[in-house]
Write a protein that binds this ligand. Structure first.
Ligand SMILES: CC(C)[C@H](C(=O)O)[C@@H](O)C(=O)O
Ligand code: SF4
Length: 473
């Protein structure tokens, strides 16, 4: 029988299946961080149960870490407690970890692929919704809740149910200036935040094949914002080239043996999917969200839509509430929206390629951030991304343009650390969620690609990076 990649990964990890479809999957890699693990470790300790496979678990702190002056410690007592508790829990249970001052520390979804902790064919779990990111490496990756974190720590298995499958084929090629982020936002705009609910997505097509691993991770990262349960990209040369030589990837004869298996981690030709969707990458313009949900998105050349044109009453009310929160008037051109802050980073767009794309726009245009932009932050996704960027001189491009060059972490993606918007501030952000208060109480978030964020920083408002790169400000 022809099987999808999802079927293959599922079959390979199935430990038990009951008549109602309740399944138990074996977990190869469990990533833990400071927010969703403390209660799980406490639960284990209370029941005097050990961690089943400490060596298959890995800890890294990211959400609560400061991105400036961290050598001096964490000022906020709650954040400090969380980060220290993670370190202690890992130590007490023999779990390997990167502590805050380790040069390899960073956002869990950036660090694990970068280290080869995530490998094709694995089931990867983490108590964080954006775990779907790891599916770019043909790993079946799930975000889980704290009670599941405890269950996985104790048993190395996950209780779950099989998802329906959905193939998203993106043909054609991206226009210069457009990126995986634009593809992701376009897709979410088209199918909505519940459009992929209950489904495991697989991305395929010429445009996906042409993406780097970084781009594929951006795509899989944001699939969760369309409601998907997981996201996948089949193995190809790009996957293997990315993984070769990574610290935790197999080497020598083990690498050769692994590659033989990994090459089979693609959907069989003719395998059946429950749903299919196709679009052409060439038709996707740079995207900017205007509302308080990632599907409230428009091409940069468009205007803020009018709720009166929306036939569905529920959606109309949601649009009205979003425009009210965002202080936007229907019909305003996206390009006329001024911004106060810029955030480049997150597990969506904090990888080296993202920083290169943003720096390239700054270098091509020259000049500094616009006077109305109060602050522009660049937060590399990991310490190694930061070092690589510095080797390439990107930090100097950013700082010369007036950006602050920070230390790795989730930062202003969500207000769990010192980086946050003030009430009413409007931000061009490369992160993945624009919910009310996401980047700080009362803050207004517009999701964009790294190139678009850099262009917006210089112009002080949103601009079409395609024209911008050609010199039009
Ligand atoms: C804090 C964590 C539970 C949360 C998540 O699961 O996604 C966060 O990472 C986010 O991006 O909103
Ligand atoms: S960078 Fe943002 S989306 Fe990613 S894990 Fe951190 S808080 Fe969540």
């Amino acid at each position: 029988m022809m099987r999808t990649l999802y079927d293959k990964l599922w079959d390979e990890h199935l430990v038990d299946l009951d008549e109602d479809g309740g399944a138990l999957l074996y977990v190869d890699r469990h990533l833990v961080y400071e927010v969703t693990s403390p209660q799980a470790f406490a639960g284990l300790a209370a029941g005097a149960r050990p961690v089943w496979r400490p060596g298959a678990t890995f800890g890294v702190c990211d959400h609560n870490v400061p991105t400036a002056g961290r050598a001096g410690g964490i000022a906020d007592p709650l954040s400090r407690l969380q980060v220290e508790t993670l370190a202690r829990n890992c130590d007490d249970n023999g779990i390997p970890q990167f502590r805050m001052l380790d040069r390899r520390q960073g956002i869990v979804h950036v660090v694990a692929p970068e280290q080869g902790l995530t490998l094709p064919g694995m089931v990867v779990v983490c108590g964080d919704s954006h775990t779907s990111t790891h599916g770019a490496l043909a790993a079946l990756a799930f975000g889980i809740g704290t009670s599941e974190v405890e269950h996985v720590l104790a048993t190395q298995t996950l209780a779950t149910r099989k998802s329906r499958t959905m193939l998203v084929r993106i043909d054609g090629g991206l226009a210069p200036g457009c990126s995986a982020k634009d593809l992701a936002l376009y897709l979410i705009g088209r199918i909505g935040t519940a459009g992929a609910t209950g489904h495991a997505l697989e991305f395929t097509g010429a445009a996906v094949r042409a993406l780097s691993m970084e781009g594929r991770m951006t795509l899989c990262n944001m699939a969760i914002e369309a409601g998907a349960r997981a996201a996948l990209v089949g193995v190809d040369d790009t996957t293997l080239d990315y993984l070769r030589g990574r610290p935790y990837a197999p080497a020598g004869v083990q690498w050769d043996a692994a590659v033989k298996v990994w090459r089979g981690l693609v959907s069989d030709p003719g395998a059946r999917f429950d749903r299919m969707l196709a679009f052409d990458a060439a038709a996707v313009a740079p995207q900017v969200t205007w509302g308080t949900s990632p599907d409230m998105v428009a091409p940069v050349g468009a205007a803020v839509p009018d709720p009166d044109d929306e036939g569905d009453a529920g959606r109309r009310r949601a649009m009205e509430a979003a425009l009210d929160y965002m202080a936007l008037v229907p019909g305003t051109r996206i390009a006329d929206i001024p911004i106060d802050r810029v955030f480049i980073g997150s597990c969506t767009n904090g990888r080296i390629e993202d920083l290169r794309a943003a720096a390239a726009v700054l270098a091509a245009a020259g000049g500094r951030i616009a006077p109305n932009v109060r602050q522009a932050l660049v937060v590399p996704g990991s310490g190694l991304v930061r070092e690589q960027a510095q080797r390439e001189g990107l930090d100097r491009v950013f700082t010369a343009a007036g950006f602050e060059w920070r230390e790795p972490g989730c930062s202003m993606c969500l207000a769990m650390n010192d980086d946050r918007l003030a009430p009413g501030e409007r931000c061009a952000s490369t992160s993945n969620r624009n919910f009310e208060g996401r980047q700080g109480a009362g803050g207004r978030s517009h999701l964009v690609s790294p190139a678009m964020a850099a262009a917006a920083a210089l112009a002080g408002r949103f601009v079409d990076v395609r024209a911008f790169a050609r010199g039009g400000r």
